[in-house]
Ligand binder design. Structure first.
Ligand SMILES: Cc1ncc(C[n+]2csc(CCOP(=O)(O)OP(=O)(O)O)c2C)c(N)n1
Length: 627
C-alpha cells in the first residue's frame, strides 16, 4: 500500500497535504520510527511524543530558511525523516548511517550539532542576534523539553532573552518527563501551568479585585466570557515566563495538529519579541509499552515490537549494575554515603538505591554543575556523597570539580559511567576526556577498574581515602569475572603487577578497561620471545612511581594503554613522571585515542578503528618492542 510518507522528500511536500493527510502521515512516521528503533535501538519515547510538533513546525515555518533548533537533539527522528533522510533512516545509529542527533554535516535542516542538554536557547538567541545584526528576516524556533529546561544553561539564556527581547519562538515540549519523571520546583510549576490551575486561581483573584472597584466591578464580572479573556490578558503577570519578558502561550495540546498549526501560525506573525509556546505531550505516544514505561523506552535497546521485551541476550552484569548494587551495600553499611544523579537514575544503575535508600538519594535534574557543587556542600557537612555522572556530561561541571571540590580537598566521589568509547550515540557522547581534564586538579585521586570486580573494590576504596576521587568505567557488560563477596582494600596509588615479564625492562602499563586486552595481547607475544612486564596501573593519579621505576629499565620500552584521549591523559602522566625522575632514556609509546569527533558506531568498532582491540594492540606492541 502506498504511503503518504513516500512522497515526502522535503518539508515543501508537507505543505501540500490536507489536515487529514497530515494526521495519517503522523501515524506512518510513528510506525517507521517504531520499526527502526526496535531493530537499531534509540530514543523511542521522546521521538514518538514529538511527531505532531515536528510536522506542524515544518508545515508552518519555511524551513530551512527558518531555523529549528532542537534541544539535546535526541527527538529529531521525525524531523530527519521529513527532511530528505527517509530512506537513510533505516541506518539510524549504524556505522556509515545517520546519527541519532542533529548533524550539520548531514543536512542543512540541522542547525547545530548537539547531544548534551539545555543548549538550544543559548544557540537560538545567538543566531537571532546574528540575524538582527545582518538585517535578515528568518524566524528562529527553539524546541526544548521540560527536562532540559531544568538545566541551568537554559535559565542563563532566558535571563538574556527576556532583556534583549529579540524575535524568537520557544516551543516548550512538556511531557512531564526527563528520562525519569522530571524533578524539582520548575517541573512542579510547569505541571501547575499545564493543569490550568493557575488560570482558575487567577480568575478568582481577579474577581475579588474587580469587586473592589466601585461601579465598574460587578457589571464587568457579569459579562462572563469576555471578562475571562480580559482576566487572562490583564491578570497573568504572575507567570514566571511573562515576568521574564517572554510572551507565554499555552498550554497547547501537543498532539492536536489543528491546535498546533493555529498557534504556530499566530506565533509566526508575532512581532513583539520572544514568545514561549507551552505544548503538553505524552512521551511514547502511540506505542502502549512506551507510553506505560517511558523511562525504559527513553534510550531503548533493540526490542520485540509486539511484546515490548528487549531482544538482547543475557550476559555478565553491566558496570552500571555492579555500581548500583555496590552502592546499595555501601549505603546500607554507612548512612553517610549519599548517591546523587543528574537525571540519569536508570542509566547510572541507581534505581535500586533510590528505592531502598530514598533518604540517601538525590536526583537533581539535568544539572551536573549543581550536582557536583551540591555534593561539595554535603561533604562539607560531613557526608560522603557519590556523584554518578556519565564521563561526557561531567564536562559540564569542570569548574565545580576544581573550585568546589578539589581546592577544598573534599571527599566527593565521582563515579564516571560511560568512560571510553561509547556506542551508537556518536561524537557528543564519547567519554574520552575525563582523564585529561581531571588529572591536573589538586588533591584528586583518579582510578579505573580493569573489570566489574575491581570496580566494587575501587568504590569502597574511593570512599575510604577521604579526599576527592573519580572512578571511571565503561558502558556495557563486564567480563564475567568472579565477584568477591567482601571488599578488598586498595592502598592509595598502588598498581597491581600482573606479570613481571622476563625482567629485561620492557613494560606495558594499562589503565582500566584496557588492562584485559593489553594483557591478552602481551600474552600472545610470548611465543615470539617478547615478554614485557604487564601492570594494571589502577591509578592515573597518584601513579605508582615505585613500581613503574622498578620495572622500566634504562633504554627499554614503556607502553601505556588507555581508553581516552592521549593528550594530557594517563600516558602523559607516566611520561611526565619518567621525565621528572630523569628517565630520559626510556623508549616511550602512549596508546589511546585521538582528539577528534568520532563517527557513529559500536564501541568495539571504535576500539578496532584506533587499534585498541587485541589484534590492534598486539601489532603495536610487537612493532614497538621489536624495533
Ligand atoms: C548535559 C546532559 N545531561 C544529561 C543528558 C542525558 N539526557 C538525554 S535526554 C535527557 C532528558 C531530556 O528530557 P526532556 O528535555 O524533557 O526531553 P524528552 O526526552 O522528555 O522529550 C537526558 C537527561 C544529556 N543529554 N545532557
Amino acid at each position: 500500500m502506498s504511503r503518504i510518507l513516500d512522497a515526502i522528500n522535503s518539508p515543501d511536500d508537507l505543505r501540500k497535504l490536507t489536515l487529514e493527510q497530515l494526521g495519517l502521515l503522523a501515524a506512518e512516521i510513528r510506525a517507521m520510527i517504531l520499526d527502526v528503533v526496535s531493530k537499531n535501538g534509540g530514543h523511542l519515547a521522546s521521538n514518538l511524543g514529538v511527531v505532531e510538533i515536528t510536522l506542524a513546525l515544518h508545515r508552518v515555518f519555511n524551513t530551512p530558511f527558518d531555523k529549528i533548533i532542537w534541544d539535546v537533539g535526541h527527538q529529531t527522528y521525525a524531523h530527519k525523516i521529513i527532511t530528505g533522510r527517509r530512506d537513510r533512516f533505516r541506518g539510524l545509529r549504524q556505522r556509515g548511517g545517520i546519527l541519532g542527533f542533529p548533524s550539520r554535516e548531514e543536512s542543512e535542516y540541522d542547525i547545530c550539532n548537539t547531544g548534551h542538554a539545555s543548549t538550544a536557547l543559548s544557540s537560538a538567541l545567538g543566531l537571532a542576534i546574528a540575524r538582527d545584526k545582518k538585517g535578515e528576516s528568518h524566524r528562529i524556533i527553539a524546541v526544548v523539553g521540560d527536562g532540559s529546561l531544568t538545566g541551568g544553561v537554559s535559565w542563563e539564556a532566558l535571563n538574556q532573552i527576556g532583556i534583549l527581547r529579540t524575535k524568537l519562538i520557544i516551543v516548550l515540549n512538556d511531557n512531564e518527563m526527563s528520562i525519569s519523571q522530571s524533578v524539582g520546583a520548575i517541573s512542579k510549576y510547569l505541571g501547575y501551568l499545564a493543569s490550568g490551575q493557575h488560570y482558575l486561581r487567577v480568575k478568582d483573584r481577579a474577581k475579588t479585585l474587580l469587586k473592589a472597584i466601585p461601579f465598574f466591578g460587578w457589571p464587568i464580572i457579569r459579562a462572563g466570557r469576555a471578562v475571562e479573556e480580559l482576566v487572562k490578558k490583564v491578570f497573568f503577570p504572575g507567570l514566571v515566563f511573562e515576568e521574564l519578558g517572554l510572551r507565554y502561550v499555552g498550554p497547547v495540546q501537543g498532539h492536536s495538529l489543528p491546535s498546533l498549526l493555529e498557534v504556530f501560525r499566530d506565533a509566526s506573525k508575532y512581532q513583539d519579541g520572544p514568545i514561549l509556546i507551552h505544548c503538553v505531550t505524552r512521551k511514547g505516544r502511540g506505542y502502549i509499552p512506551a507510553q506505560e514505561n517511558p523511562e525504559h523506552f527513553h534510550g531503548a535497546v533493540p526490542f520485540n515490537v509486539d511484546s515490548g521485551e528487549a531482544s538482547a541476550k543475557s550476559g555478565p552484569p553491566t558496570y552500571s549494575d555492579v555500581f548500583g548494587r555496590t552502592m546499595v551495600e555501601l549505603g546500607k553499611s554507612d548512612r553517610r554515603v549519599l548517591a546523587i544523579t543528574a537525571a540519569m537514575l536508570e542509566g547510572t544503575g541507581l534505581t535500586q538505591f533510590a528505592a531502598e535508600l530514598p533518604g540517601q538519594f538525590f536526583d537533581v535534574g539535568i544539572a551536573e554543575q549543581h550536582a557536583v557543587n551540591f555534593a561539595a556542600g554535603l561533604a562539607l557537612g560531613g557526608f560522603k556523597p557519590v556523584c554518578a555522572i556519565y564521563s561526557t556530561f561531567l564536562q559540564r561541571a569542570y569548574d565545580q570539580v576544581y573550585h568546589d571540590v578539589c581546592l577544598q580537598n573534599l571527599p566527593v566521589v565521582l563515579a564516571l559511567d560511560r568512560a571510553g568509547a561509547v556506542p551508537d550515540d556518536g561524537p557528543t557522547h564519547q567519554g574520552l576526556n575525563d582523564i585529561a581534564f581531571l588529572r591536573h586538579m589538586p588533591n584528586i585521586v583518579l582510578m579505573a577498574p580493569r573489570d566489574e570486580n575491581e570496580l566494587r573494590h575501587m568504590l569502597k576504596a574511593a570512599l575510604s581515602y577521604d579526599r576527592p576521587a573519580a572512578v571511571r568505567f565503561p558502558k556495557g557488560r563486564g567480563h564475567g569475572v568472579a565477584m568477591d563477596a567482601d571488599f578488598k582494600p586498595i592502598p592509595l596509588g598502588q598498581a597491581e603487577v600482573l606479570r613481571e615479564g622476563d625482567g629485561n625492562g620492557d613494560l606495558i602499563l594499562a589503565y582500566g578497561s584496557m588492562v584485559h586486552p593489553a594483557a591478552e595481547a602481551a600474552a600472545g607475544l610470548e611465543a615470539e620471545g617478547l615478554k614485557p612486564a604487564v601492570v594494571d596501573a589502577r591509578f592515573a593519579k597518584p601513579l605508582d612511581e615505585e613500581t613503574i621505576l622498578r620495572l622500566a629499565k634504562p633504554g627499554r620500552a614503556v607502553i601505556t594503554v588507555e581508553e581516552g584521549v592521549t593528550l594530557g591523559g594517563f600516558g602523559s602522566a607516566v611520561r611526565e613522571m619518567l621525565d621528572a625522575r630523569g628517565r630520559h632514556d626510556i623508549r616511550f609509546l602512549a596508546i589511546g585515542l585521538p582528539d577528534k569527533p568520532y563517527p557513529v558506531g559500536k564501541a568495539d568498532e571504535i576500539r578496532r578503528d584506533f587499534g585498541l582491540d587485541v589484534p590492534g594492540l598486539t601489532a603495536r606492541f610487537r612493532d614497538f618492542l621489536k624495533n
